[in-house]
Design a protein around this ligand. Structure first.
Ligand code: NAD
Length: 249
């Protein structure tokens, strides 16, 4: 694992799940980390919480400027804040479509827009977007969410092309089902949460969900010079879900 000593990182959605695990990992490896989140509560010592809604461009700009003002530089951006949506295309109206795309896609654009002028000055500039395997695998009842993550994948490639010659690498991770409060909330809605959890685990090729720390490890790798030749790539962290077809046991 690379050393992030002296570097400064922003992690959006950094107060929970994958974002929190990433903020902790980068911080433990020496980075000064700001967690930009709707609810930057309960953060461990050493992580700066900044309250921001990524759908508000004024707030995002102010938050990025505040981090640079505080720490003097910006090297790594983990664009991770996201929300879910359930249903086929008949399930959600325009308001819901626009809300989810606003958070999951345009939110990443806003953070990048305000971060890139600072990243241009970093010798180790890296942006990692949190995508999902639903970007390219058809998953039932996820029309809106999958569309948002498909856009994140395309956005990653476009940003990678636009900024590689400026020394800014852009990549994304694609988690499968990761054990975070997000999954906890969806299990709570099931008639029998324990049974639903067992089904989810059994569906995994490894028999267990991905952990938030495993996704954080992949993000840290893409954020670090260890992945210096990776540009516009997607790293699946999904127990093999995107590509394996196992026979039923
Ligand atoms: P989570 O709900 O535990 O954390 C998401 C965080 O984002 C929360 O702290 C929340 O407050 C923050 N957030 C939400 N909307 C925001 C907004 N408008 N502005 C600022 N912050 C906001 O979820 P997680 O499972 O850690 O998910 C993190 C990312 O990983 C998301 O982009 C999600 O789509 C992606 N992902 C998750 C899974 C999974 O199975 N958990 C799988 C694939 C991809």
């Amino acid at each position: 694992m690379s050393d992030f000593a002296g570097l400064v990182a922003i992690v959006t959605g950094g107060a929970s799940g994958i974002g929190l695990a990433t903020a902790n990992l980068l911080n433990s490896r020496g980075a000064r980390v700001a967690a930009l989140d709707l609810k930057p509560e309960g953060l461990p010592d050493g992580i700066l919480g900044v309250q921001v809604d990524v759908t508000d461009d004024v707030q995002v700009k102010a938050a990025v400027e505040a981090v640079v003002e505080r720490f003097g530089r910006l090297d790594v951006v983990v664009n991770n804040a996201g929300i879910g949506a359930v249903g086929d295309v008949t399930a959600n109206g325009d308001d819901e479509w626009l809300r989810v795309l606003d958070v999951n896609v345009v939110g990443m654009v806003r953070v990048a827009r305000h971060a890139i002028p600072h990243l241009r000055r970093s010798p180790a500039a890296s942006i990692v977007n949190t995508c999902s395997i639903v970007a390219w695998a058809g998953v039932e009842q996820r029309a809106l969410y999958s569309t948002s993550k498909g856009a994140v994948y395309a956005l990653t490639l476009a940003m990678a092309a636009d900024h590689v010659r400026e020394g800014i690498r852009v990549n994304c991770v694609a988690p499968g089902s990761a054990d975070t409060p997000w999954i906890g909330r969806s299990l709570e809605r099931a008639a029998d949460p324990a049974a639903a959890r067992a089904v989810l685990d059994a569906f995994q090729p490894t028999g267990r969900l991905v952990t938030a720390d495993e996704v954080a490890g992949a993000i840290a790798y893409l954020a670090s010079p260890l992945s210096s030749a990776s540009v516009g790539t997607v790293l699946a962290v999904d127990n093999g879900m995107h590509g394996l077809r196992l026979r039923p046991r």
